[in-house]
Design a protein around this ligand. Structure first.
Ligand SMILES: [Zn+2]
Length: 747
């Protein structure tokens, strides 16, 4: 890069420019340039200083003086329309589900000679940590229409006192010092920085502060409830930056600083940092090594200590010390080639059990995408769907308060695809199906070793259950998952309290997926009762049931589900009606008994198949003349599958969909007759904060009568709406009654 012909605002601090000859190459930010950036820091601080900085958030789409605005003329390329969200569908006053942080100014940090290009980066040329990384991710989300559904979070550069929560004073000055470097000095110190796996330019300090400030803001906005979750598309990355050292493309440890900052502001006490970057986040682990309130879990290539950052610090017996003993968790892969099956297995056996037990107030994902399929630094095979599933699992924690912060990832196509999959899940979509994936033998051995170490600190980790299954035994022991546990409790309760029995499923597949999940009341077959209520739900789906409180308390979640179940059963049975209670949340244990297979909630429409099976084998053969369909949560999709694929119109008198924050399935648009009928018999409940409520099309799209609830959580919506649901069902079962004519006792 040739700076000589670039008009720069840099001379503003020219009197402080470092005499490069006087500099010790081991300490590029010596005392002589301290003055220079202190001046800068004060100038910028004056704009946000003194008052609660949240009131003074500066939007940084415009460069802030006194920093150089254009270090490289090529970079004008970045400014075209990068952040234009004028087609946003986000409305004022409605809670937006997902926020994002992005500022093209973060692209100004670049290596000597860098030329921006839209071409896929190939490892032959240029530095892998290149500016285009964040733009490609942003553009991908924008092209796919995600940005318009997300809220842009304005943010300020990280301030010194924030960075100092993790880093030393010297370190802050060292990074700031890069802003005063001359071209010659940058050349002379190249080897020094190479040695640390870094490059610097005069924009480095500025970009490092922006990147860090962006993650801080994402965490604040999520903790304060401005958005439910957020994606920080930032660079330079941070997880290698140690308290007193920059290294591995990282200057400030963005995630560590943000965690400390929300703690300092009292917005979160316990923070989980899940680091799926292919490299060990040595800096983050160091920052919280003895801290019991920040749980650091890393899945990374270790290669016996030979993979970057090439130390033993990421080994599986590195567990933290003092009060923090047990709150560092390392899952070290011994080499390349690990993929979805291995990562999901690690999540099932180690990450999620520990995370539930820790019960964080906030989850921050150190989201490097260099374990992605196609990344030539990581040489692993995680697919976008794999990242989606991991995000989905983490969203069940901390009441959904999840911040995704970009770390590494160097294949531009892979990081864009992976980011897209992650952002879709943040917005509430179901992750794509993965199909048959199996944890490798190596991975199961690693997990077993990790479990042996971590079971000393975490009750939820069962080392014996992590022992690799013996070949020929066809499966082996698998830990019961939390959703399975909740379903088991409910099953017991429904039997003892309501005398509901399980229905055998003659279809082998259905039996495997849904055994013990279809309940009916005693005497269903004998009775002549004309009214049958089919209640399809996904109770146990923690993703939608965990409420705004921080902890995921299994017993609390359990009692909540039971109370809600009681309310429904008491109503239906109290009226003397028959009940079929269907849990469409598939039996995870049986999925994993044949090797860890990960299937999305509605991916292969098994729940629809279950509904059709029950309709054909139970409802059609019963004496029921009036059928009421009630869908709850993700089971709404299963109800629609039934409506669209069976001739239900003569029997079904009322349909209630309590859809929560899910996407809404509509009736088959090609069948006009059914659509008209559906509009009359169906009532749909959505939380008032549902992101689709602002869309005009919604009313046409859902096809039924829309109601909104004050609550957000789908179980709460059901409880809130139940009195109205009862009235609605009554009106549909006996239209005469509501017309004001003679009242006949319908029971
Ligand atoms: Zn990395």
């Amino acid at each position: 890069m040739d700076f000589s012909n670039v008009p720069s605002t840099f001379p503003a601090t020219a009197q402080h420019v470092v005499d490069s000859n006087a500099m010790d190459v081991d300490a590029p930010a010596g005392p002589s340039n301290t003055t220079a950036f202190e001046g800068n820091a004060d100038a910028s601080a004056s704009q946000v200083n003194g008052v609660d900085s949240s009131l003074q958030r500066v939007h940084l789409s415009q460069p802030m003086p006194p920093y150089p605005t254009m270090a490289n003329p090529n970079l004008t390329f970045f400014y075209e329309d990068a952040d234009n969200d004028s087609d946003s569908v986000v409305e004022k006053g409605r809670m937006v589900r997902t926020g994002y942080v992005f500022d093209p100014l973060m692209m100004l940090h670049c290596a000597d000679g860098y030329t921006p290009t839209e071409d896929i980066h190939d490892s032959g040329e240029g530095h892998p940590e290149e500016p285009m990384r964040i733009k490609r991710i942003f553009n991908r989300l924008k092209e796919q229409g995600l940005i318009r559904r997300m809220k842009r979070l304005d943010f300020a550069e990280a301030q010194k006192e924030q960075v100092r929560l993790v880093h030393t004073d010297d370190h802050w000055h060292k990074v700031q010092g890069t802003e005063t470097f001359t071209d010659e000095y940058i050349q002379e110190t190249k080897n020094y920085y190479d040695h640390l796996s870094l490059y610097v330019c005069r924009e480095t300090g500025h970009c490092a502060r922006l990147s860090c400030g962006g993650v801080i803001q994402a965490c604040r906005s999520v903790c304060e409830g401005e958005v439910r979750n957020a994606f920080a598309i930032v660079r330079p990355p941070g997880h290698h930056a140690e308290p007193d050292e920059h290294m591995g493309f990282c200057f400030f440890n963005n995630v560590a600083v943000a965690a400390r900052e929300v703690q300092r502001q009292g917005l979160a006490k316990k923070v989980l940092i899940l680091d799926w970057d292919v490299h060990h986040g040595n800096g983050t682990q160091r920052a919280f090594w003895d801290d019991p309130n920040v749980l650091y879990i890393s899945i990374h290539r270790h290669d016996g200590g030979k993979f970057y950052p090439s130390s033993d610090f990421g080994a599986l017996d590195m567990v933290g010390e003092g009060e923090g003993e047990g709150t560092s968790v390392n899952i070290p892969w011994p080499g390349p080639g690990f993929g979805d099956g291995d990562y999901i297995y690690a999540f099932q056996k180690i990450v999620m059990p520990i995370a539930y037990e820790f019960a964080p107030d906030l989850v921050i994902i150190s989201a490097g995408f260099d374990a992605a399929d196609g990344d030539q630094l990581g040489c692993c095979n995680v697919t976008p769907a794999g990242y989606g599933h991991m995000t989905h699992m983490l969203c069940a924690l901390a009441g959904g308060k999840v911040v995704v912060a970009l770390e590494g990832g160097y294949n531009l196509r892979a990081i864009s695809d992976s980011s897209l999959a992650v952002a879709q899940v943040l917005l509430g979509e179901t992750p794509a199906e993965i199909g048959q994936v199996q944890a490798s033998e190596l991975a199961t051995e690693v997990i077993h070793e990790v479990a042996k170490v971590q079971s000393k600190y975490w009750k939820n980790v069962n080392a014996a259950a992590c022992a690799p299954p013996e070949i020929g035994k066809g499966g082996g022991e698998y830990v019961t998952t939390v959703p399975d546990l909740l379903k088991q409790h409910r099953l017991q309760h429904m039997y003892t309290k309501h005398k509901l029995f399980t229905v055998p499923l003659a279809n082998t597949d259905l039996h495997e997926w849904f055994q013990n999940q279809v309940l009916v009341n005693e005497g269903l077959y004998e009775s002549e009762t004309e009214t049958l209520v089919i209640f399809a739900h996904d109770f146990g789906n923690l993703r939608v049931e965990t409420d705004g409180v921080a902890s995921v308390d299994v017993s609390l979640a359990n009692s909540y589900l039971l109370d809600t179940s009681d309310a429904v059963v008491d109503w239906v049975r109290g009226r003397g009606w028959n009940l079929i209670d269907i849990n469409v949340l598939r039996n995870l244990r049986s999925q994993f008994a044949k090797g860890p297979r990960m299937v999305s909630n509605s991916g292969d429409k098994m729940d629809g198949q279950l509904m059709r099976y029950l309709w054909d084998n139970y409802v059609e053969l019963s004496s029921a003349k009036n059928v009421v369909l009630i869908g709850h949560g993700t089971a709404c999709g299963a109800v629609m599958e039934l409506v669209n694929h069976r001739d239900v119109q003569s029997k079904v008198k009322a349909i209630v969909q309590v859809a929560g924050m899910h996407s809404i399935v509509r009736p088959d648009p090609t069948n006009e007759n059914r659509r008209t009928w559906f509009r009359d018999v169906c009532q749909i409940y959505l939380p008032h904060i549902h992101p689709l409520l602002g869309e005009e099309r919604l009313y046409r799209r859902i096809g039924g009568q829309l109601r909104t609830a004050r609550k957000a959580k789908v179980v709460d919506v059901l409880v809130e709406a139940l009195p109205e649901i009862k009235e609605f069902v009554d009106s549909k079962l006996d239209p005469v009654q509501t017309n004001g004519h003679a009242i006949v006792d319908v029971v």
